[in-house]
Design a protein around this ligand. Structure first.
Ligand SMILES: [Zn+2]
Length: 154
């Protein structure tokens, strides 16, 4: 199910480099921790990670919780990270590489998260535009069970 996306997407290195470029464009520094964070988020795809999982990831080299929270906050603010809330109400993060409207589809069991830029999304945004809204930013989320998890549950 995820393989198609993997084949089409650019290499992890290119994606991390682009994320670092976007950092600089947004006026943030390329720190060693941010570099590692991008690499581990890309490596963990399609799974979105909690702060705890980021801290325990071997690539992160045990950063303290404050470092992780501060960075996650700063990166969310510039739209470089995306947050998905799992069924326990815990925030999970993934690298966000799309700029336009997007639809997130997340698994409630394994937290695999896919992003679609469905052609229906601009149409949905036009509803807000027709009401006179500008500067639109839309993120839709659907949760359910992925094929693997649904199989395990049955
Ligand atoms: Zn799943």
């Amino acid at each position: 199910m995820f393989s198609m996306q993997t084949v089409r997407s650019p290499s992890s290195k290119t994606r991390c480099r682009k994320a670092l470029d976007r950092l600089v464009e947004a006026g943030l520094r390329r720190t060693d921790f941010r570099r590692k964070l991008f690499a581990l988020l890309v490596e963990s795809e399609p799974y979105a990670l909690s702060v705890e999982e980021i801290r325990n990831h071997p690539l992160a080299e045990r950063p303290d919780a404050v470092t992780v929270y501060r960075n996650v906050e700063a990166l969310m603010r510039i739209g470089l990270l995306d947050c998905v809330t799992d069924e326990k109400g815990r925030s999970r993060y993934r690298l966000n590489e799309t700029q336009g409207p997007q639809l997130k589809i997340a698994c409630r069991d394994c937290h695999a998260t896919l992003v679609h830029s469905s052609p229906m999304l601009p149409e949905l945004e036009s509803v807000a535009r027709a009401l006179g809204y500008t500067g639109l930013n839309s993120r839709w989320e659907i949760t359910g069970y992925c094929e693997d998890c649904a199989e395990k549950r049955s």
